[in-house]
Design a protein around this ligand. Structure first.
Ligand SMILES: Nc1ncnc2c1ncn2[C@@H]1O[C@H](COP(=O)(O)OP(=O)(O)OP(=O)(O)O)[C@@H](O)[C@H]1O
Length: 363
C-alpha cells in the first residue's frame, strides 16, 4: 500500500498543490524555505494528526488564510482528508465519511519521520523512544491500542488515588489491575522488541556494516525484570505517595541501544547515529509492512545533513530492498545523487516558493 496522490490547500507556504507520487521512492529538491519540509509535514499530519515541528497547529495554517486542507489517496483509491480552521475546528474525512476523530487518521497510514533534529530527540530521553516503539506496536499488534487505552485509564485512576492519598479497598482494586495490565503490556512489548531487534540487525548490516555486530538493543519494561511489579510497588509506596504518581509500571518502559557497552549516542558520530536511526525506522516500517494492513511511509528531511556520499550509497542499497514508500528531501540533486536508482523506479520533484513540479528525465 502507498500514497498515490496528495492535495494540500493553505498548508504553511503551500497555497495549493496537487501531486501524484511514486509508490516507492520520491525525491524532492528545493532551496531553503521553498516548502520541502512543509510537504513532508502535511503527510506526517495525516498519519498523526499533529506536526513533527510544532505543537501549535495554528502555525500550519497559511498566514493569509483561516484554514488548511490536506488530503491523500492511496493506491486502493482510499481517501483521507483533514481540514483545520483558525477556531480550532477539525473536519476529518475518511472515504467521504466525516464522523471521525484525529486519532482515527493514525489507523490508516503509518508515517515515520527522520529530520536533522529527530535523532537528537530520540537519544535525548525516553519519551521519543516510547513513542517510536508504541507506533510500531500500535500497527503490528492489533490488540495493543485497546490494551494501551485500558491501561491508561487504570494508570489515571491509580495516580488519582496516590495524589489524593486514597488507600484501602479502592486503591487495592486499581493497584491490582495496574499490575495485571502492566505485565500484559510488558509481555506484548517484549515479543515485539524481539522482532524489531532481529529486523534491526538485518538493516544495520547494510547501513552500518562495520558496527552492526556490536550494537545491542536493551529493553527495560518499567520495573526490574527480576521482580514482581506488586513487590516493587509495595517497597516504594512511600515514595509514590510523596510524588503522587506511579513511578514504576508499563508506562515507564524504555529501549536503549549500546555499542560495546556504551550508549550509542556517546560513541557514534552524528552521521552514524543518523544511519542507526534510519536502520531502526526501516526495520519498524518493514514489520508494519509485513502485517499488510496499512502503508508504512518514511519521510527523510534533508538527507544531505550529516551523511557523506558513502553513507548515502549504503542508504541506496537499503532502499532497494525496502518494502515501504519513501519521501526524501534535499537542497539539490547532488545530495541525492547516490540515492537515485539506475532504473527509472522513482519520481523526482522540485519545490519553489510553495509550488511543486515533477521533474521528468532530462529536466
Ligand atoms: N503558516 C505559514 N504560512 C505561510 N508561510 C509559512 C508558514 N509557516 C512557515 N512558512 C514559510 O514557509 C516556507 C517553507 O518552509 P519549509 O520549512 O517548508 O522550507 P524548506 O524547503 O524545508 O527549507 P529548508 O531547506 O531551509 O529546511 C518558509 O519560508 C517559512 O517561513
Amino acid at each position: 500500500m502507498s500514497i498515490s496522490s496528495l492535495t494540500t490547500s493553505q498548508f504553511r507556504n503551500l497555497s495549493y498543490i496537487s501531486v501524484n507520487f511514486h509508490s516507492k521512492l520520491n525525491l524532492i529538491t528545493g532551496d531553503n524555505g521553498s516548502g520541502k519540509s512543509s510537504l513532508l509535514e502535511s503527510l506526517f499530519f495525516l498519519g498523526h494528526g499533529k506536526s513533527f515541528r510544532t505543537t501549535k497547529i495554528e502555525n500550519l495554517i497559511n498566514n493569509v488564510s483561516d484554514h488548511f486542507v490536506v488530503s491523500v489517496k492511496d493506491d486502493r483509491n482510499y481517501q483521507l482528508g483533514v481540514r483545520r480552521d483558525n477556531s480550532g475546528n477539525f473536519d476529518i474525512k475518511i472515504n467521504g465519511d466525516s464522523k471521525f476523530r484525529l486519532s482515527d487518521l493514525a489507523k490508516n497510514i503509518a508515517v515515520q519521520v527522520i529530520t536533522p533534529e529527530t535523532f537528537r530527540l530520540f537519544f535525548g530521553g525516553p519519551k521519543e523512544r516510547r513513542k517510536f516503539v508504541d507506533l510500531g506496536l500500535f500497527h503490528v499488534e492489533h490488540q495493543y491500542s485497546d490494551l494501551w487505552r485500558d491501561f491508561r485509564k487504570v494508570l489515571l485512576q491509580r495516580n488519582a488515588c496516590l495524589k489524593t492519598r486514597i488507600t484501602g479497598q479502592q486503591f487495592d482494586y486499581w493497584n491490582e489491575l495496574f499490575c495485571q495490565y502492566s505485565q500484559h503490556i510488558a509481555d506484548v512489548r517484549v515479543a515485539y522488541i524481539e522482532q524489531l531487534s532481529g529486523e534491526l540487525n538485518r538493516w544495520l548490516k547494510i547501513l552500518l556494516p562495520t558496527l552492526s555486530e556490536d550494537i545491542v538493543l536493551h529493553y527495560s519494561q518499567g520495573w526490574s525484570s527480576k521482580r514482581k511489579l506488586i513487590d516493587v510497588l509495595n517497597e516504594n509506596s512511600q515514595r509514590e505517595k510523596k510524588y503522587g504518581h506511579s513511578l514504576f509500571g508499563a508506562h515507564k518502559f524504555d529501549v536503549k541501544f549500546n555499542y560495546k557497552k556504551s550508549n550509542i549516542e556517546q560513541v557514534l558520530s552524528r552521521g552514524q547515529q543518523k544511519l542507526f536511526l534510519m536502520a531502526l525506522t526501516i526495520a519498524q516500517a518493514n514489520l508494519i509492512f509485513n502485517c499488510q494492513q496499512i502503508a508504512p511511509i518514511i519521510l527523510i528531511d534533508d538527507i544531505g545533513a550529516e551523511l557523506d556520499t558513502s553513507s548515502r550509497t549504503a542508504l541506496a542499497r537499503a532502499i532497494e530492498q525496502l518494502n515501504c514508500q519513501l519521501f526524501i528531501t534535499a537542497i539539490d540533486t547532488n545530495a541525492l545523487e547516490p540515492i537515485i536508482p539506475e532504473q527509472q523506479n522513482y519520481k523526482m520533484f522540485h519545490v519553489e516558493h510553495g509550488v511543486i513540479s515533477e521533474l521528468k528525465q532530462g529536466d
